[in-house]
Design a protein around this ligand. Sequence first.
Ligand code: HEC
Ligand code: HEC
Ligand code: HEC
Ligand code: HEC
Ligand code: HEC
Ligand code: HEC
Length: 264
Amino acid sequence: MKRVLLIAVLLLAGAGIVWGAGTKRKKPLPYDFGSVSISNYSQQAGMAPVRFDHWVHRKNYTCRLCHVDIGFGMTANSTKIRAADNMKGYFCGTCHNGVTTFKKSRIFASCATSYSQDDLKRCGRCHQVDRDPALQESFETFAATMPREILGNGINWSKAEETGLLKPIDRLEGVSLKPAAMKVQDDFALKAKIDGMPDIIFSHARHTVWNGCELCHPDIFVGVKRGATKYSMIELFEGKYCGVCHDKVAFPQTECKRCHAKPV
Ligand code: HEC
Ligand code: HEC
Ligand code: HEC
Ligand code: HEC
Ligand code: HEC
Ligand code: HEC
């Protein structure tokens, strides 16, 4: 009986009732899932906050490239990006410098200290006063070409990569170091610790394509020996361990069966 109760409580927590607080977590639209508002300095400087969309970028680049090589933090607003850094070619300016190309077209430049009325349009692509309806339209067009999933972006990103529809770039010349050859670990099952709850299947291979090794080890998972660190579903809902990515950018934790996949 207790077991059923715990699962019911977890389902509620997963469905969006924040543990203990009793307030509803908002469920973003497919287009808004993985969108980050960056606003440490813009508003004081009279600029709108910056909107960064993961879907725009993750279809082209791996998580590892940005979060390891370029050095963006894994929490919104933790990186403390300055306009001056972008202008020197760091952070957004690694690509958004008006010179670097993607699919043969130049990626628009980021911040500037002097600019014309015309340049302001460019500023507004990142420093967004209102959400841009054209960008939402391009999301719908893009999503229609991808394998579907119910929640999150409504896209099965893993399948898109696996079937070759997407080939995210993992290294940039002059930014990324030469990769060290690492043997990819085998898939393994994690015990759900409760009878009737399917065990979790964790695939190193499916994660390494996006995350390399360094995004998880040693910051999120010490990874010396499986089972050495104990984690619970409540901690995941709080944004720890698997919850660092799942719910914010990778598919949400309400898709219980995608992780609890091992037949009972
Ligand atoms: C590619 C995206 C991008 C574009 C385009 C862009 N910015 Fe920024 N800008 C950022 C980010 C990210 C920050 C950090 C935001 C924050 O933390 O508030 C920032 C911060 C700023 C700041 C805050 C002051 C500071 O010291 O950091 C100013 C001022 C600024 N940008 C001006 C501009 C102007 C003017 C333009 C247009 C010529 C522009 N930006 C275009 C991404 C962009
Ligand atoms: C083009 C670069 C880029 C790519 C690719 C990218 N990210 Fe991010 N990510 C960012 C930036 C920028 C931020 C905001 C950092 C800040 O505000 O300090 C961010 C923030 C995050 C956050 C925190 C979100 C929040 O709401 O607190 C998570 C989690 C995250 N990324 C995971 C991922 C995962 C997983 C992938 C791959 C599927 C990925 N990122 C791909 C640039 C990127
Ligand atoms: C690794 C390279 C890279 C980095 C780093 C990067 N971008 Fe981009 N960004 C791109 C490319 C390429 C595109 C064009 C994508 C496309 O058309 O498929 C783009 C497009 C965009 C767009 C336009 C979306 C649209 O269609 O109007 C915005 C806004 C944007 N980036 C903001 C940012 C911000 C803010 C940062 C830093 C926090 C950032 N980007 C960091 C490569 C990058
Ligand atoms: C998405 C996160 C993630 C990525 C990416 C990742 N790992 Fe792991 N790794 C884990 C988890 C979870 C465990 C289980 C141990 C734990 O909980 O710390 C683990 C365990 C391990 C272990 C111990 C294995 C065992 O059987 O006890 C090794 C070795 C390891 N990882 C190496 C790697 C290498 C090498 C890469 C890159 C090729 C990599 N990992 C990429 C999450 C990850
Ligand atoms: C991102 C993957 C993921 C998703 C999605 C997920 N779980 Fe879990 N779940 C885990 C992991 C990892 C553990 C811990 C396993 C361990 O430590 O051996 C766990 C453990 C559990 C446990 C065991 C008790 C505990 O707290 O450790 C229950 C019950 C559970 N999950 C229920 C759910 C329910 C209900 C959902 C959907 C609302 C869900 N899970 C979604 C990964 C996931
Ligand atoms: C560093 C970020 C990160 C962490 C931490 C992480 N994942 Fe993932 N995971 C991803 C990304 C990115 C994908 C690709 C799918 C997506 O983005 O929705 C993914 C995909 C998956 C898939 C689908 C694989 C497939 O091919 O269908 C499962 C299942 C999964 N993760 C379980 C877990 C579990 C369990 C943990 C914790 C032990 C975990 N993940 C930790 C980023 C992460």
